[in-house]
Each structure stands twice: as structure tokens, then as C-alpha cells.
Design a protein around this ligand. Structure first.
Ligand SMILES: Cc1cc2nc3c(=O)[nH]c(=O)nc-3n(C[C@H](O)[C@H](O)[C@H](O)COP(=O)(O)O)c2cc1C
Length: 217
């Protein structure tokens, strides 16, 4: 790929750890070896796309950068197969993402940005559908926000819509550049960085309100 002229590579680490005889450390060590082997084979920038299913994600993310990843793409979205009850087959089911799925990369980019330093690029993928989603990703420190589902749903011209929404939001909120926005709400800059980490369980549960049709009159 490098010899053919690629400017950079994205290595997608996509596997389900389903072997009960391989502990987490072994699986992680193999993933790190893979990253190091690819890093040793090329000189162009290397981004590594990871799933969120590592038991200590911040530690693994840091190890991935030490193994040679110049950037992390967060996150891989594993597709869950379904059962067809007529044929009794396991069938692939591709569901496009929803905007709420952005919360997972937003949380982790907010946490990792100050930990990994500016030498490591971070890309947000999953749930970027509108300009305000790109704002959130950039605000917590993403270098780029990526879109797939939104473009499949609305067509490639949706890129221009999202860019216009991003520009409008920046102008309305007195930001003069994307650079000014980037990282302005990461875990190192927000008033309550623990909010990105703790479950905040009771407050979250209290935020639920019963739908009007289920409320006794
Ligand atoms: C039809 C389709 C094909 C995809 N192909 C790839 C692929 O080849 N490699 C990859 O890393 N991710 C692939 N993805 C995952 C996307 O890159 C992206 O990470 C995921 O869809 C979440 O982002 P989104 O919410 O913008 O869709 C694919 C997604 C879809 C829907």
C-alpha cells in the first residue's frame, strides 16, 4: 500500500475475543504485536481503529500508541448477527448508527485527549450525523470526525450540510476557528472531568421521566 502511494494507513483491529482459553492480557498482547509489526513495515502515518471492548481501555490505548499507532480511530462498531426464525440461520443484520452512539467516542476522546498528548491523533467514528455532532467530537479533542451511516442515509451531499451546520454553530457561539473549539471541553479543561468517567448513576436514573401516556391521570 505504501509503495503504491498511500499517504497513510488505517489498521482495523476487528475481532471478537471468544476463546475462553485466551485471557485478556494475551489477546491484548497479540493486538499490540500486530500494531508493532505493521508499524515496522511502513514509514507512513499509521492509524489504528479499535473496539471499545478492552477491559482497561485507557491503558490499552496508551500501549497501542507506544506500539507505533500515530492515531486512534474510536470506535469500531461490531455488527451483531441475528437469527432468522424461518430458516433458523444466523444472518448478518446491518443497522446504520444513531446519533446517540456518538456518546461512547465522545466520552473516551475526552478522557484520552489529555492523557495521550497532542502527538497522537484521535478520530471520532460512530454516530456523527449532524454538524452539532462534529462540534461535540471536536470539542472533546478529536482531530477529525468521520461519517458513514449519515452519508449512506442522506447521500454524499450531506457532507456539505454538516459543514454548513458546523460553520453556523461556530459563528453563533463566537468561535473563530475549528482550532479554537478543539479540545475546549476535554477532561483536562471541563469543570467536572469526573463526569466523563463515573457512571453518575443516580442522577442519570432520576433524569428518566415516565411517558405521558403511562402517567395516571
Ligand atoms: C456499509 C458499511 C461498510 C463499512 N465498511 C467498513 C470497512 O470496510 N472498514 C472499516 O473500518 N469500517 C467500515 N464500516 C464502519 C464505519 O467506518 C464506521 O466506523 C461505523 O459505521 C460507525 O460510524 P457511523 O456512525 O458514521 O456509521 C462500515 C460501515 C458500513 C455501514
Amino acid at each position: 500500500m505504501q509503495d503504491a502511494g498511500a499517504d497513510a494507513l488505517e489498521l482495523n483491529v476487528y475481532h471478537v475475543a471468544a476463546d475462553p482459553s485466551r485471557a485478556a492480557g494475551e489477546v491484548e498482547a497479540a493486538d499490540l504485536q500486530l500494531i508493532a509489526a505493521v508499524r515496522a513495515a511502513v514509514t507512513i502515518p499509521l492509524a489504528v481503529k479499535l473496539s471499545p471492548y478492552y477491559s482497561s481501555f485507557a491503558s490499552f490505548a496508551a500501549a497501542a500508541t507506544r506500539a507505533g499507532a500515530d492515531g486512534l480511530v474510536l470506535f469500531n462498531r461490531f455488527y451483531q448477527p441475528d437469527l432468522d426464525l424461518d430458516s433458523l440461520d444466523v444472518v448478518p443484520r446491518l443497522e446504520l448508527s444513531h446519533a446517540w452512539e456518538l456518546r461512547l467516542p465522545v466520552r473516551w476522546i475526552a478522557i484520552l485527549r489529555p492523557q495521550l498528548g497532542t502527538g497522537v491523533s484521535l478520530a471520532a467514528t460512530s454516530g456523527v450525523h449532524a454538524g452539532t455532532d462534529a462540534v461535540k467530537a471536536l470539542m472533546v479533542g478529536a482531530d477529525v470526525a468521520m461519517m458513514t451511516s449519515a452519508l449512506l442515509r442522506h447521500g454524499p451531499q450531506h457532507v456539505a450540510t454538516v459543514e454548513a451546520e458546523l460553520r453556523d454553530w461556530l459563528a453563533e457561539h463566537d468561535y473563530t476557528s475549528v482550532g479554537e473549539l478543539r479540545g475546549s471541553a476535554s477532561a483536562s479543561t471541563v469543570e467536572d472531568p469526573a463526569a466523563f468517567e463515573r457512571a453518575n448513576y443516580m442522577a442519570t436514573l432520576r433524569s428518566w421521566t415516565t411517558p405521558a401516556e403511562l402517567t395516571p391521570s
